[in-house]
Ligand binder design. Structure first.
Ligand SMILES: Cc1cc2nc3c(=O)[nH]c(=O)nc-3n(C[C@H](O)[C@H](O)[C@H](O)COP(=O)(O)OP(=O)(O)OC[C@H]3O[C@@H](n4cnc5c(N)ncnc54)[C@H](O)[C@@H]3O)c2cc1C
Length: 429
């Protein structure tokens, strides 16, 4: 399959403007024989490559554009426990082994913290993530979560806030209450992704950018081909998420790209940041179609949301997002917007990760449905286990049943958009 897009640099975001070090890995122009080849240099691919390199395997990572070019370098930076497959895994486990599920929910978060510390990655890592109820009925979700945490006797700081406390903590009357978890947090995702790629390289992984894989040749060993080179490996991991078009026979219409968009204000004065976020936490609402925000290290408000499921980007991201920000913070009316950008999240119909294996040695993992910063790190570990023969946790995910929408991707996107319209309307009730 041909990849028609031109290779690109990082999108013009706040993150790209504040990158620690530009990345510039060479393009693949040779044939390489290796243990494992990873396709896609976002969190999934980089975490897989780094885990394998740490374990002493020979790994080659091929990225079509730049490391962190996709969702991983553009997202809200919110470190949120759990993953979108949770309810499906609960069913698979028949309600047994809730400790295993609990540990899985936190593993991605722990991996990020371990790596940031071990490799000294400067990425503005902060503790604190707050889920806000935009309606009183959502307080039940917060109560249920608080009970779950009590059951697991978690010893990290977790607080529930009533309306008045939420107002004091977030400087807005928009919310009916909230929960605050200080084991979660936020991060500069592009600097994290680039730092992890550097760590993988230091551990011996070979990284190539501007090297879109155009097809996979199956066999006893598999080969990933680019226009100017190829990599033959014992196993290949496909980690292109919403941007990948590889293996259409097996994977088309399984994951649908949906747009999510972020604006970054000018740096805000201290009186304002003290009023709207004195504890410097990440915030996300509990709606089906979420809004999320946090402060950057230079005190801009990064406000995102408004997923677009139809496959069409808005004409002006600022015009699309600003009213949502000003609804929560009328005090920011007229503030200057310095950056605006969007990226693609991979939506799966049943919201569970699409994980599997094609012809024995080509593995894939995609479709985080908008919640991927921590889960990608968990899945990097699980994919590394799987390609080296430990399939236990991989099978837990791979056994979840998925449905591929018949027809073209356009039809699929319209169906998803219709489904999301229903959820958007439900959010309003
Ligand atoms: C605007 C936005 C905000 C978000 N906010 C949050 C948040 O706050 N918290 C959270 O948990 N999640 C968030 N997400 C979701 C999260 O960013 C993703 O789930 C996660 O980054 C997915 O990582 P990935 O590595 O699987 O995919 P990506 O990061 O999309 O990486 C895929 C990479 O594969 C490459 N690729 C594709 N095809 C090929 C090919 N043929 N050859 C070579 N390379 C290829 C692409 O160029 C790309 O770099 C957000 C997403 C977006 C878009």
């Amino acid at each position: 399959m041909k990849m028609q897009d031109q290779q690109q640099e990082h999108t013009r975001s706040y993150y790209a403007a504040t990158i620690n070090e530009p990345v510039d890995y060479a393009a693949l122009e040779e044939h390489i024989d290796t243990d494992i080849c990873v396709v896609g240099g976002g969190f999934t691919g980089v975490a897989t490559a780094l885990t394998l390199a740490e374990r002493g395997y020979n790994v080659v990572l091929l990225e079509a554009n730049r490391i962190g070019w996709g969702a991983s370098g553009r997202n809200g930076g919110q470190l949120i426990y759990g993953f979108s497959s949770q309810s499906k895994l609960e069913k698979n486990l028949d309600g047994n082994n809730s400790d295993l599920l609990w540990d899985l929910q936190w593993r991605g978060n722990d991996i990020i913290r371990e790596r940031v510390a071990r490799y000294s990655i400067p990425c503005d890592l902060k503790n604190g993530y707050v889920q806000v109820a935009t309606k009183p009925r959502q307080l039940a979700i917060i109560e249920a979560e608080a009970e779950e945490r009590a059951r697991h006797r978690s010893d990290f700081a977790y607080e529930t806030w009533d309306r008045a406390t939420t107002r004091d903590m977030l400087g807005t009357d928009a919310f009916a209450g909230a929960s605050a978890c200080f084991r979660d947090g936020h991060v500069h995702p592009l600097n994290l992704c680039i730092g992890e790629a550097r760590a993988a390289e230091q551990q011996g992984a070979k990284i190539f950018e501007q090297s879109p894989v155009v097809d996979i040749v199956h066999g006893k060993r598999a080969t990933a081909r680019t226009e100017t080179g190829s990599v033959t490996a014992d196993a290949i991991v496909l980690a292109g998420n919403a941007y990948s078009r590889l293996e259409p026979k097996y994977l088309s219409n399984l994951v649908f790209p949906a747009g999510s968009y972020i604006i970054a204000t000018e740096p805000l004065p201290r009186e304002i940041t003290n009023e709207i976020n004195p504890r410097d936490v990440a915030v996300c609402d509990l709606n089906n179609v979420v809004d999320y925000y946090r402060l950057s290290s230079d005190k801009r408000l990064l406000f995102g949301g408004a997923c677009n499921y139809s496959g069409r980007d808005p004409k002006s991201i600022e015009a699309f997002i600003r009213p949502r920000m000003e609804r929560v913070y009328p005090q920011l009316k007229g503030v200057r917007i310095d950056y605006q950008w969007g990226g693609k999240i991979g939506i799966v119909l049943n919201r569970a990760l699409a994980v599997g294996r094609i012809q024995n040695n080509v593995y894939y993992c995609q479709g985080y449905s908008g919640h991927g910063v921590c889960p990608t790190h968990l899945m990097g570990e699980i994919m590394a286990d799987a390609v080296t023969g430990s399939l236990e946790r991989f099978d837990l995910f791979a056994s979840i049943k998925h449905f591929r929408i018949p027809g073209s991707q356009w039809v699929g996107n319209q169906l998803i958009a219709l489904g999301m319209l229903y959820y958007k309307l439900k959010d309003r009730l």
